[in-house]
Ligand binder design. Structure first.
Ligand code: SF4
Length: 686
């Protein structure tokens, strides 16, 4: 563990990385952070931090941090004052809007920024620019979850709390390598399994968590729906379903019963590759040893049927009455610390703050903000890139997000950025998007240098506190938005002097957070809904009714439509991309910490038999080629993979795995299918 030594001061705050939202104590000596410890009495992490969180501050002191605004003139970056940079941006945005219309501009919020930052970002897009073209990185991760949960249950948020892990008798983890991606929650799940909870792991790879599982269902990539349907079939055909819950709290039972009768485990096994006996036993365990709690990650969402994968999982929970009670529920593991928050704040083309629909709640927001708001739904991030290629989108302001590095099939992203007239990147570092495409770079504060709140994966609003002062020419994201609004003659809509001011406006727009005052957040945070200042917060959703018309959840009938990204003789492997314990997303932060010494590069994981056939050994360099591009990676022989499947992490800018990933998208919300790309693998000559 890192020792805090004898710091002058200790400040409590929240980890800058994943959606578990571990609370930390930051040790500061002579105005510099000297170490990070877990906050001992934190409800979420209970005295633990993972290896990411322990080093999650060193990047702040990286020598290449940008601490002054920059403008690129004729291909050359020049330092600028804030006045100069903001005036330049405001004039360019105003002139583009006048010439091409407000919808020729788009803004991307940040899942690493606070709720207050994101509230200002979406308000700026709508009230200053006049467009609903605002999105955030949930688009490439859990937007299918939000969509599925809101269609089926009426609300796109985790139903239960992490504390229910210890109350569940059975835990089902689908498409989530928790050891690598959400280590503190992963450790709690492992502990629960060691103490006797049943554990079902659904994953194409034999993850570390699978070693603790009662059953590991090692399905073929992209076949979650047949597997879930077969489990539902067993539950219904063996009369293990909860008749009372189904009759009283769901709709569509008669149609569902007919539909699911055909999805026998034998039929599903031919598609998903899991033995029918394993499917039967897992379904029985889930139904009979309850309460049963579901966790899922991007292994469900990043598919062409990502939304429907989540709907099919929810169905199993509904059939067995495992929603609305302790130790149960549907619990998405959110990737970035504030990805839930940036979406709930309204960085979404179809919803305002508090998930209020643009279609139905425009008038209310016009009255609240005292300004005209655009009526039509905006573009999602993938649609923005398409619109840029088509010449319809002209400018993007990207806050805390490396879009070029992150989006699949980077050829398409490059084509889009090459077409844009004006790009602002706001970040701590010259990320890949900024380096190659930005016209203006605006330097922003890290979460150790500003106040605000984050929202973790279990709906907990947590207080972020400044531990150190920021470099002189660096601003909090919300401050940049406010001065940009003033420069564009809308100062009156952004009269905020602190993050708390903004939070109070958020409380006025979103009734489920009204009861959460800054004063109440001093310990452990509060889970919304929390409608009044004496409300304790809500640990479990949907205990009595579902927030849908009629108050019932929907049993969904979902046809399985296999992805068109299939292996061929020319591309005989399926490449899956995913996370590692040592790095975080675009790697901009973790590659500037001690984590890069532990894990210096993205690796290509290959089954030993496949590696042998290709003539590859550990440490060799392989060329991975898809229909979209090629990348070179160091080989790591890995028995956890099935034959014909390969795995790579996506954090290393030198590898840039998204040069080769598939451009296919979820049909409801356009989340990319990062989990399936057909590739061929070749040995690189020395
Ligand atoms: Fe940070 Fe997530 Fe690790 Fe907790 S589990 S320390 S929130 S990265």
């Amino acid at each position: 563990a890192i020792k805090l030594g004898t710091p002058d001061e200790i400040t409590r705050s929240v980890c800058a990385y994943c959606g578990v939202g571990c609370e930390i104590e930051i040790g500061v000596k002579e105005q510099k952070i000297v170490g990070v410890h877990p906050a001992k009495n934190a409800l979420v992490n209970k005295g633990h931090l993972c290896v990411k969180g322990r080093y999650a501050w060193e990047y702040m002191y990286a020598g290449d941090r940008i601490t002054q605004p920059m403008i690129r003139y004729a291909g050359k970056w020049k330092k600028a004052s804030w006045d100069e940079a903001i005036k330049y941006c405001a004039e360019r945005l105003t002139s583009i809007s006048k010439k091409h219309g407000a919808d020729s501009i788009s803004i991307i919020g940040s899942a690493r920024a606070t709720n207050e930052d994101n509230y200002c970002i979406q308000k700026f897009a709508r009230a200053v620019i006049g467009t609903n073209n605002v999105d955030n990185c949930a688009r490439v991760c859990h937007q299918p979850t939000a969509k599925a949960m809101s269609m089926v249950l009426g609300m796109g948020a985790s139903t239960n709390s992490f504390d229910d892990i210890e109350r569940a008798k059975t835990i089902l983890v689908a498409g989530a390598d928790t050891t690598e991606s959400h280590p503190v929650v992963g450790a709690r799940i492992k502990q629960a399994a060691i103490k006797g909870a049943n554990l079902i792991v659904i994953d194409p790879r034999r993850t570390e968590l699978a070693e603790y599982a009662t059953f590991h269902l090692q399905l073929k990539p992209g076949t979650n729906i047949p597997l879930f349907h077969a489990m539902a079939h067993v539950i219904v055909s063996e009369k293990l379903h909860n008749e009372e819950f189904i009759i009283n709290r769901t709709e569509g039972w008669d149609e569902f019963k007919k539909f699911i009768a055909e999805w026998t485990p034998e039929r599903a096994a031919k598609i998903c590759g899991v033995h029918p006996r394993l499917i039967r036993e897992s379904a029985r365990l889930f139904a009979q040893k309850s309460p049963s709690m579901c966790f899922h990650g991007l292994g469900l969402t990043e598919h062409t049927q990502g939304t429907e994968n989540v709907m099919a999982l929810i169905t199993i929970a509904l059939l067995t009455g495992n929603i609305g009670k302790e130790g149960a529920g549907i619990n998405p593991l959110r990737g970035q610390n504030n990805v839930q928050g940036s979406a709930v704040m309204g960085c979404d083309p179809a919803v305002y703050t508090g998930m209020a629909s643009v279609k139905t709640e425009r008038k209310r927001f016009e009255e609240l903000w005292k300004t005209y708001l655009p009526a039509t739904r905006g573009l999602t991030l993938p649609e923005m890139l398409d619109a840029a290629v088509a010449g319809d989108l002209k400018a993007m302001w990207i806050i805390g997000y490396d879009v070029f590095f992150t989006m699949p099939n980077s050829k398409h992203t490059k084509e889009a950025f090459d077409m844009l007239d004006f790009i602002i990147v706001q970040d701590m570092f010259m990320n890949e998007t900024a380096k190659k495409f930005a016209d203006v770079f605006l330097p922003c504060a890290s979460s150790f240098e500003k106040a605000g709140t984050f929202m973790n994966a279990e709906r907990r609003i947590q207080k972020v506190r400044a531990a150190v002062s920021r470099p002189q020419e660096v601003k909090a994201d919300w401050e940049v938005v406010c001065i940009m609004a003033a420069a564009m003659k809308k100062k009156e809509l952004f009269n905020f002097s602190s993050a708390q001011d903004i939070w109070n406006e958020i409380r006025d727009t979103w009734s489920a957070a009204y009861g959460i005052t800054y004063e109440r957040l001093d310990n452990n945070g509060i889970q919304w809904p929390c409608p009044t200042t004496d409300h304790p917060g809500t640990t479990i959703l949907h205990t009595e009714t579902f927030p849908r018309e009629g108050g019932r959840a929907k049993l969904s009938i979902i046809e399985f439509c296999p992805t068109t990204e299939q292996v061929t003789p020319a591309y005989p492997f399926i490449l899956i991309t995913g996370r590692t314990l040592y790095h975080f997303n675009a790697g901009n932060m973790t590659y500037r910490t001690a984590n890069k010494d532990i894990c210096p590069a993205d690796l290509l994981h290959l089954n030993p038999k496949d590696a042998n056939i290709i003539g590859l050994q550990d440490g060799d360099t392989a060329r991975v080629v898809s229909k979209y591009g090629e990348a070179s990676l160091t080989v790591c022989i890995d028995k956890s993979l099935n034959k014909g499947e390969a795995f790579s992490t996506f954090n290393d800018a030198r590898v840039f795995i998204n040069k080769i990933t598939s451009p296919l998208r979820d049909k409801y919300v356009q989340t990319p299918e990062y989990k399936i790309t057909a590739v061929r693998i070749e040995k690189c000559s020395a």
